[in-house]
Design a protein around this ligand. Structure first.
Ligand SMILES: NC(=O)c1ccc[n+]([C@@H]2O[C@H](COP(=O)([O-])OP(=O)(O)OC[C@H]3O[C@@H](n4cnc5c(N)ncnc54)[C@H](O)[C@@H]3O)[C@@H](O)[C@H]2O)c1
Length: 359
């Protein structure tokens, strides 16, 4: 028995690979292209572990994916690979279409052929037990007003950014492969994650890293955009649970019931840094907050109704927001080498272009 993951050197995928090895003896094959967001340093603790096989490559490469499926015969494929940053999708949507839609399409096509051959090769049980788990986002549902109920699995899709539109398209392809070809798929739509190995272009790590560097803390617009936050290891446990017990063809929303305005998040990070690593001049970190022009088409509120995965699969997050954010800030303080490594190269250029040379 083996599982194959794509995008397992990124933020969530690498946390998933580490958690998988910690919770299971089953081998995990990890296919990642190592874009700017992929980082082998995330996987350093399992680099020599024979249970984890890393392959650098593109999930859009048909010959490579076919080769990996034939060689490793996975009983499940988990699709984490994506272009994932909304701001980048606004400045350059092409990569998002290519990776998130065309790449997922290629993975589905290879999987369909492989799964179709399972019966002849390994018997009916392997075919029935096979799963394709697609990792997606709550952003496909669009934006809520303050009083709207949280997203359930029955909400209609109303993606507003090129990122969420590309993820929505990939979700639809996954759904279509189930309805058309019978491929045994599962889809998870999760809220905003935070935790270790989060690339510092995203809100929480950007604030931690900039605060310590004495740089401005750029907050979009009025900072009152609401997001629903989940500690990344809780997302990983939800994915393991859906893989284990989810009903084929079903969608599961994953969230931690933690709706917070972005500005509150920034203040929480500042307060934790004031406590854990105070500024040398004794001033509070929140003095570094600067308001910048809002993101075009910025969604106002996301909120996940997680009752389906809780009641049907018995999943619950282990961390509260307070415990998870404290662990996260501490992790960044404890891992300056990781931060220095990911800040080199293209990331630095991109942030300077987005937020000005001082950010
Ligand atoms: N980060 C979040 O808050 C969040 C929330 C819900 C869902 N998601 C979804 O979870 C998944 C993982 O998100 P993340 O935050 O870890 O993203 P990430 O950007 O940190 O990592 C993406 C990984 O995919 C790899 N990749 C990109 N193109 C590839 C290709 N063509 N072939 C193989 N690998 C490729 C990258 O190298 C990187 O390692 C994505 O599908 C994303 O849409 C993310």
């Amino acid at each position: 028995m083996t599982i194959l993951v794509t995008g397992g050197a990124g933020f969530i995928g690498s946390n998933f690979a580490l958690e998988w090895v910690a919770h299971s003896d089953e081998p995990i094959v990890n296919l990642d292209k190592l874009t700017y967001a992929g980082n082998l340093q995330n996987l350093a603790s399992i680099a020599d572990n024979p249970q984890h096989v890393f392959v650098q490559g593109d999930f859009g490469d048909t010959a490579l994916v076919n080769h990996l499926l034939a060689t490793h015969q996975p009983r499940a494929i988990l699709n984490f690979a994506a272009e994932s940053h909304v701001d980048r999708s606004i400045s350059g949507p092409g990569d998002f279409i290519h990776t998130n839609i065309v790449g997922t399409f290629n993975l589905l096509e290879c999987t369909r052929a492989y799964w179709g051959g399972l019966k002849a090769d390994t018997g009916g049980d392997a075919k029935a037990a096979f799963r394709f788990l697609h990792v997606s986002t709550d952003e496909v549902y669009g934006s809520l007003s303050k009083t709207d109920p949280a997203f359930t699995e029955n909400n209609k899709y109303e993606p507003n950014s090129p990122y969420s539109a590309s993820k929505a398209a990939s979700d639809h392809l996954v759904r279509a492969y189930h309805h058309t070809y019978g491929l045994p798929v599962l889809t998870t739509n999760c809220s905003n994650n935070y935790g270790p190995f989060h690339f510092p272009e995203k809100l929480i790590p950007l604030m931690i890293v900039n605060a310590q560097a004495g740089k401005p803390l750029p907050v979009y617009g009025d900072g009152q955009q609401i997001r629903d936050w989940l500690y990344v290891k809780d997302h990983c446990s939800a994915i393991r649970r859906v893989l284990e017990a989810g009903t084929v063809g079903e969608v599961y929303n994953v969230g931690g019931w933690n709706e917070k305005p972005n500005l509150d998040i920034v203040h929480t990070v500042c307060a934790l840094l004031d406590e854990l690593k105070p500024r040398t001049d004794g001033k509070p970190y929140h003095e570094q907050i600067t308001y910048v022009t809002d993101r075009p088409g910025h969604d106002r509120r996301y909120a996940i109704d997680a009752r389906k995965i809780e009641s049907q699969l018995g999943w619950k997050p282990a961390e509260t927001f307070e415990s998870g954010i404290r662990k996260t800030v501490q992790w960044y303080l404890d891992n300056p080498d990781w931060v220095a490594n990911v800040q080199s190269g293209s990331y630095k250029d991109w942030v300077a272009q987005q937020y000005g040379a001082k950010a």
